[in-house]
Design a protein around this ligand. Structure first.
Ligand code: ADP
Ligand code: MG
Length: 392
């Protein structure tokens, strides 16, 4: 948890005035435990909210000005009139919260008066732990609450996704915003991205902890490859329709159904993409089963199978993620290790015995640096709650 006293001091240094009316809100980051590249195929994902994220300090103003500051970008403050909300390249990161204000205004729930806002993020930006969803959701939640509007968390997640898609031009699915809004301490979330049906699944890891490894490799290829994979999945659906006329998304097929008809897909590459998607969705469901039976080792094996499939069939891992996962699996006490997020960089997630964590950091860090020339960062994490107001 961020140091609220220190953040209050920073707030007063930046904006002046009194501390009295400052309010505090938080939203977590998230990690997807299994179920990668399934969301846009009408499949399941299995994310969990983290215990670190974005803290927002906010204080009402008498006029109609919004003043945005962030401890993560200390050089520049962005002052924007409520009546002139528009995306501007030169407004940098403030386009994320502005997108939320824009969506609220469109739905008739825009703020009546302005605010001073200070953000403090503990999530490394651009590493696939959803700092963008975190800043969006905390902003939406805070402004709705301040305006006296009821908050429907699913609706808030959709609003935040829309603002990222339309206002910021980033094609993300719904998983990030949904997990950040609806997370629950100690529980992962089985989420069907198509229908937004979800349920919490207790994640009882006993003597094991989740360790996130940041490759610190920027996800350079991610946009073009992401679009390519989506097109390949659509191609597979089209060709499979000669066998399954009603098919609209790969997620509607079981692995058996795909296997029976996969020869209808002409390209061997597209066939492998489809196999990944359908089997990965099945692995998510198996994960829930084994976790509910308390079989953590089986969950670890599913994590490994997920990564291997993303590497060999879907081809979205890359040298850095593979090097980190290979190194992780050699450490005694590691039940499973896989990439998390869209791939080509970003983070891995591993299930590690708590007595092995120090060795894990050391050994994986050294081996990863030797293989790639990059320094890794590691975060031992617990599963936290979704967005909330912090009462002080
Ligand atoms: P990810 O969501 O994987 O962390 P993105 O590229 O989607 O990566 O989002 C990162 C961007 O979100 C940052 O470059 C910045 O514009 C914005 N952002 C996230 N957290 C903060 C923060 N605490 N303060 C200011 N901007 C933030
Ligand atoms: Mg993001």
């Amino acid at each position: 948890m961020a140091d609220l006293k220190q953040l209050t001091d920073s707030f007063l240094t930046l904006f002046g005035g009194e501390a009295e009316n400052i309010r505090f809100y938080q939203a977590p980051g998230r990690v997807n435990l299994i179920g990668e590249h399934t969301d846009y195929n009408g499949g399941y994902v299995f994310p969990a909210a983290l215990t670190f994220g974005t803290t927002l300090l906010l204080r009402p103003r008498e006029d109609r000005l919004l003043r945005f500051a962030s401890t993560n970008f200390p050089d520049k403050r962005f002052d924007v009139a409520l009546d002139g909300i528009a995306h501007r390249e030169e407004d940098g990161w403030s386009n994320y919260p502005k997108g939320i204000v824009h969506e609220l205004q469109k739905s008739g729930r825009g703020p009546e008066k302005g605010f001073d806002l200070l953000y403090h993020g503990e999530i490394p930006n651009g590493s696939g732990l959803s700092s963008s969803a975190s800043i969006e959701v905390v902003t939406g939640y805070a402004l709705l609450t301040e305006g006296g509007h009821p908050v429907d968390l699913a609706e808030l997640a959709l609003l935040a996704q829309r603002s990222e898609n339309e206002f910021n031009g980033v094609q993300c699915g719904i998983m990030d915003q949904f997990a950040v809004a609806n997370g629950r301490e100690g529980q992962a979330m089985l989420l069907m991205c198509d229908t937004l049906e979800f349920r919490h699944v207790p994640f009882e890891s006993g003597d094991h902890v989740l360790v996130i490894g940041n490759t610190n490799k920027r996800r350079g290829l991610v946009d073009s490859k992401y679009n390519e994979r989506r097109a390949e999945c659509e191609q597979a659906v089209q060709e499979l329709r000669s066998a399954y006329p009603e098919l609209t998304l790969l997620g509607q097929l079981t692995p058996e159904q795909l296997r029976a008809e996969e020869s209808r897909i002409a390209s061997e590459t597209v066939r492998r993409r489809a196999r990944h998607v359908v089997e990965e969705i099945d692995r998510v469901l198996q994960s829930v089963d084994v976790l509910e039976q308390g079989d953590l080792a089986a969950f670890g094996r599913l994590m490994n199978a997920s990564h291997d499939s993303l590497r060999d069939l879907y081809e979205v891992t890359g040298r850095e993620l593979d090097a980190m996962v290979d190194a992780a699996r050699k450490v005694p006490g590691v039940l499973g290790s896989r990439m998390t997020g869209a791939g080509f960089g970003g983070c891995t997630v591993s299930l590690v015995h708590k007595d092995s964590v120090d060795r894990f950091r050391e050994q994986v860090g050294a081996e990863y640096a030797a293989a790639t020339g990059l320094q890794a960062d590691f975060y031992v994490c617990s599963i936290g709650d979704g967005v909330s107001r912090i009462d002080v």
